[in-house]
Design a protein around this ligand. Structure first.
Ligand code: ARG
Length: 444
């Protein structure tokens, strides 16, 4: 087997947990006009088809902003905005309906392709569009009439659910009808968020010409909470394009109203959608109500995960081997760091009540996640537990990580300093260094 095939098989297997997790879930994908115009549009549509074939229920909301601007300009119609919102008069709406309708047909056509030797071969997708979104006028603000610019009044949740249950992809554009029989021009961001909120979707995914939200060094912020995302926008609002800004604001609202995860990824990077959805670390920014990573007390269900994590270190002789039975007995003394149901870190606090001391043991962080100082996080937590129990000393035995412990305030001590029970078990051949931390000295 050549390296590329081995790699393919490996990645395919690694995506299995997410294939299972996403099956039957509802995702709203927002394809802004920018992504259609400048992005890997065809590849994105092919990947959308792939998501559909994996059993994900999809609502695809498309925008048309740059296309509308271009067409209005071509016809000599002026684009007028108030507070950043377009004022849509009759002639503009005519253009908007044409542009948006034609994009909608284009997307539908692409989703219907089935040529052999293309990723769409055998896809056989039913795409439906309809009056799922009912609009109302935005109204008048500071004496300025928004005319035919509208906002969402109602969403036909049941109608949408019926189509999704029939395995259709629902395609929705930024023009919606009203009870008075008129059409209104809406923002795709609002349509996408309102649909996601009311459908109780599991995700909203949107595209940007960047890889997501970027930090000071230009690297992608992988995960951000809604409140942090808003402060990010206040601080870096100018650096990100208006479309992404609007999308992030929409995601914040969606998160706060119950959509657990929203993702911002690049439309320029081929395959970003698949990488974001089927790898643990994704590629873009996820806006989440609850971090994907949790530090919690271990339970019996974690034994397999903890064993997978510690076995390689036992094999290298870095940790003393524990049998499954032993771990079963001790599991309640463990804390674990869980990331989307994978255990990526663990540590234990063994009690030596007679000596008012504890042992910080079995600290392991998964090799792929050694960057963010999860070891210190686990130590801080265990120190807190030890102090809570009224211990005055914390011990650790190590053959390799002596400096790490010294940096964290431990001192090297002699075997005699160990709690009596631990001293009896000390392995003189292994010659582990004994480190001790005076808990009264620790402020945390
Ligand atoms: N694939 C997972 C999901 O779809 C995790 C994505 C993680 N992405 C990130 N930007 N941190 O939920």
């Amino acid at each position: 087997m050549n390296a590329a095939t081995a790699q393919l098989i490996d990645s395919f297997r690694h995506s299995a947990p997410y294939v299972n997790a996403h099956r039957g879930k509802t995702f709203v994908i927002m394809l802004g006009g920018e992504a259609i115009q400048d992005g890997e549009y065809r590849a994105i549509i092919n990947d959308v088809a792939l998501l559909h074939s994996l059993g994900i229920k999809l609502v695809l909301v498309h925008g048309a902003r740059p296309q509308i601007d271009a067409e209005l300009a071509a016809r000599g119609l002026e684009a007028v905005f108030h507070h950043g919102v377009r004022i849509t008069d009759e002639p503009s709406l005519k253009v908007i309906r044409q542009v948006s309708g034609s994009l909608q047909f284009d997307i539908m056509a692409r989703l219907s392709m089935g040529l052999s030797n293309t990723p769409m071969q055998g896809a056989n997708i039913n795409v439906v569009s309809g009056n799922f979104v009912i609009a109302q006028p935005l109204g008048v603000d500071e004496g300025v009439d928004y005319c035919l610019s509208g906002r969402v009044r109602r969403i036909d949740v049941e109608g949408l659910q019926q189509q999704l249950a029939k395995d259709c992809i629902v395609l929705v554009g930024p023009v919606a009808v009203s009870v008075t029989g008129e059409s209104f021009n809406l923002t795709a961001e609002e349509v996408a968020t309102q649909i996601a909120i009311r459908l109780k979707a599991d995700k909203i995914i949107g595209f940007s010409h960047q890889h997501g939200l970027l930090d000071e060094d230009g690297s992608v912020i992988s995960e951000i909470l809604p409140g942090e995302a808003l402060s990010y926008l206040t601080q870096h609002g100018e650096q990100i394009c208006p479309a992404s800004k609007a999308f992030v604001e929409a995601c914040v609202e969606a998160c706060r109203r119950g959509v657990p995860r929203c993702h911002l990824i690049s439309h320029l990077q081929d395959g970003a959608l698949l990488q974001e959805l089927f790898t643990r670390d994704g590629i873009g920014t996820q806006i989440v109500t609850e971090s994907a990573e949790r530090l919690r007390r271990a339970s019996i269900a974690d034994i397999g995960g903890v064993l997978n994590l510690i076995r390689p270190l036992e094999e290298q002789g870095i940790l003393v081997r524990r049998s499954r039975e032993q771990l079963e007995m001790e599991i309640e003394q463990f804390m674990v760091v869980e990331r989307d149901s994978l255990i990526i870190g663990c540590a234990a606090l063994y009690p030596f009540e007679e000596d008012n001391a504890g042992e910080f043991a079995c600290l392991v962080v998964h090799p792929d996640y050694r960057d963010a100082d999860r070891g210190s996080l686990l130590l801080r937590h265990i120190i807190g537990q030890a102090k809570g129990r009224g211990y005055d000393r914390l011990f650790a035995l190590t053959t390799r990580s002596i400096h790490w412990f010294l940096e964290h305030g431990f001192n090297i001590v002699d075997v005699d300093a160990l709690p009596t029970k631990k001293k009896q078990l000390y392995n003189y051949q292994r010659k582990s260094k004994i480190l001790m931390l005076e808990l009264k000295d620790v402020i945390n």
